[in-house]
Design a protein. Sequence first.
Length: 248
Amino acid sequence: MIAFAAKTDIGKVRKINQDYYLASADKPYLFILCDGMGGHKSGEVASRAAAESIETYIRMHSTLDLDDTKAERVLKGAVSYANNIVSTRASSHEDYTGMGTTTDVCMLDFDMLYIAHVGDSRVYLLREGKLSQLTTDHSYVEELVQSGLITEKEAMSHPDKNVITRAVGTNRTVECDFISTEIHQDDILLMCSDGLSNMLTESEIKNMLISDENPEQVVDNLIRCANDNGGRDNITAIVIKKLLKEEA
C-alpha cells in the first residue's frame, strides 16, 4: 500500500508549463514525469504525448508476474513507443520541429520498484533518513562531473547545466536507463523535474521529505520552496510513500 501526491507549477519565469505528469493507483502503481523542450508550445506537446503513450503501452503490455526481465522489456518498450510517437509528430509538423522531453517512469509492483529514465529529471529515494539519487542525469555537465573535469559543487552553477544529452523524441531511437530495486516500508520516493532539483539543495529536499507531513503537504512545501528560491523553470514533484507490504 502506498500514499502519494503529485503537482506541477509553472514557476515564476516561464509563460508555459511544459512539464506533464501522470499518477495512477491502479496496480501496478504507475508514475510518469516528463519535462518537455522546444519552442512555443511544442515542449508541452512532447511531454504530454510521451506520458500518455507510455501509460497506454504499459497498461497493454504489463503482466501479473513481473520480474526484472519482464519489467525492463515493458518499460523500455514503452519509452521506445513514446519516442516513435513524439519524433514522428515532430517531423510531420513544422511547429514541432526539434521538440523532445525528459522521461522518468516509476512502476511499483508489490515490493519492487522499476524505473525507466531518460534526461535530467530525477528520482530520489529517502530511506531511514538517508537521501540518494537513483537516476543519473543525462546531461553535458554530468558527463564533466563523471570525467573529473568539474566538481559537483561547480556543476550546480555551470552555464551549460541545462544541456541534456538524451531525450525522448529528438532522434529516431532513444537509449533508456533501467533501474530495479526493492522498496521497503516507510521508503519515500521523489520524482521531480529540474525546475525543482536546480532550485533546492539535497539537504533542503531531504529535510522536507523527512518531515512527518503527508505527501500532499510535502509536495506543496517543495514547490513553494523552489519558487521562493527563484522559480526559474516549471516545477513538478511526485512524492510516493511506501506504507505497508503488498499482499500477493
